[in-house]
Design a protein around this ligand. Sequence first.
Ligand code: CAA
Length: 256
Amino acid sequence: MSELILSKTQGHIGIATLNRPEVLNALSAELMDRLIEVLTGYDNDPSIYVLVLAGSERVFAAGADIGEMAEASVVDMSERNNLARWLRIKAIRKPIIAAVSGYALGGGCELAMHCDMIVASESAKFGQPEINIGVMPGAGGTQRLTRAIGKFRAMEMVLAGRFLSAKEAYDAGLVTRVVAKEQFLDEALRLAETLATKPPLALKAAKEAVLAVDNLSLNSGLEYERRLFYSLFATDDQKEGMRAFMEKRKPEYKGR
Ligand code: CAA
């Protein structure tokens, strides 16, 4: 059987590629478990600073595996506890860049939204079409999409099942940048390489601070940010970064 997730590293970058082409990378439980294993492995590997999560040029992911859910009962669904899987992805501390080409639908769109930046190819299509199969988004779509693009556009996607083109998604604030189809993976890797030159502990702290915006008031968020900022003065990389600036040389970060 072929690997559901292809994994490889490139310098300080850990790359995970969804690989279930026969069903458009439908996110089966087994695929999700393997994905979590790979992403968590990178998160725990001190030589990896940034993660890239990619699909193929044809499809990022067409959603949860409908075949696994079609005949499920409420008890089946709640016993499967898929939320626990998504929480494992949410818990990844290092920045994740999604490289999206083709469909990112349902759980696929939700997976892209679990990432921290989205590089999209011109052919990317984002959607939450669960309404067309009798349900609604169940892996954060109603919450993350609404926060990303606002209530009125999110409502149309969730209630009418409308897809956003890459350009529309960019204009709405859902993606970081749009590039030509043949460029999407290279561009995601280029962005990852930029991040990989940064101090990894500061990357993690900065990700944590930005994500805190969803749960904290402005005052609590400012306080939280300040504490994370101060905490970085306990790192060697802060000394190295600021000394290198003063000495007009390139910093050499160690993640310490
Ligand atoms: N689950 C299981 N199998 C899927 C799938 C999915 N989400 N999406 C596609 N496939 C399978 C198809 O059944 C088909 O298999 P066969 O060749 O054996 O028939 C194969 O992948 C190719 O798909 P299509 O022939 O349908 O390809 P297409 O190019 O004509 O259409 C598509 C592409 C518009 C993406 C269409 O496949 C589609 O609508 N897929 C379902 C999208 C969807 O509803 N996603 C939401 C799932 S629910 C969810 O994600 C819940 C959640 O919030 C967690």
